[in-house]
Design a protein around this ligand. Sequence first.
Ligand code: DX5
Ligand code: ZN
Length: 233
Amino acid sequence: MTTAPIARRTHVSASIMCGRLDALGDDLRDLQEAGVDSVHVDVMDGSFVPNLTFGPDMVAAMRQSTTMDLHGHMMVEHPDRYVSVFADAGLDVYLFHIEATRYPLRLIDQITEAGMVAGIAVNPSTPLSFLRDVGAPYLLIMSVEPGFAGQRWVPATLDRIQRARHLIGGAAVIGVDGNVSTEKVRAAASAGASLFVCGTSSVFTGRGGYQQAVAAVREAGGASSVEDLSPSR
Ligand code: DX5
Ligand code: ZN
């Protein structure tokens, strides 16, 4: 067993549902120039969450406008049904909710076979014990109930990031999504997260340009040192 810390670069993922929806192409260009690492695309079906957002045609349009990686946060029932259509649209990372499937291992294989990278998103009240048996390159810890921007941070989140890191060891990237302010980035990075979904609480505040906001998040995230706590290594 090694306890050597793994240094992980801060990953800034911009939540595009909080962007300028009437000028998405311009927004994507500005975000890329500001140094954002990926675009977080919240896909909502009006059933898994009580809201509706982007479908595959919007993703395909974004794919034409940017070279940044596109991460789909799939807040949908039956996430297995949309893998191929979103792969064709150009998603790079497919983050499904563990609450939405009974067959996560099969789904991860399906995502990988479609040429995307798999990620698992988990709601604030879902036990993390599944992580003993199911793993993917990305784990997205929700720090709000999914479905809407501008909500309050669930206080147990930092503890959950720490527990998740303990359960999965150093292997996966842990991200956090929901009310991620610069202060929360600092705390979540110490707890073991290195990917930050930035919405109305940090990058899309309506104050100043993206450049400054993205730099502040990156500075707060630092180079997270993720301790490898996996007993099998
Ligand atoms: C919540 C969404 C988030 C949200 C984050 O359901 O998944 O991506 O847009 O933005 P803020 O910072 O407004 O919580
Ligand atoms: Zn999201």
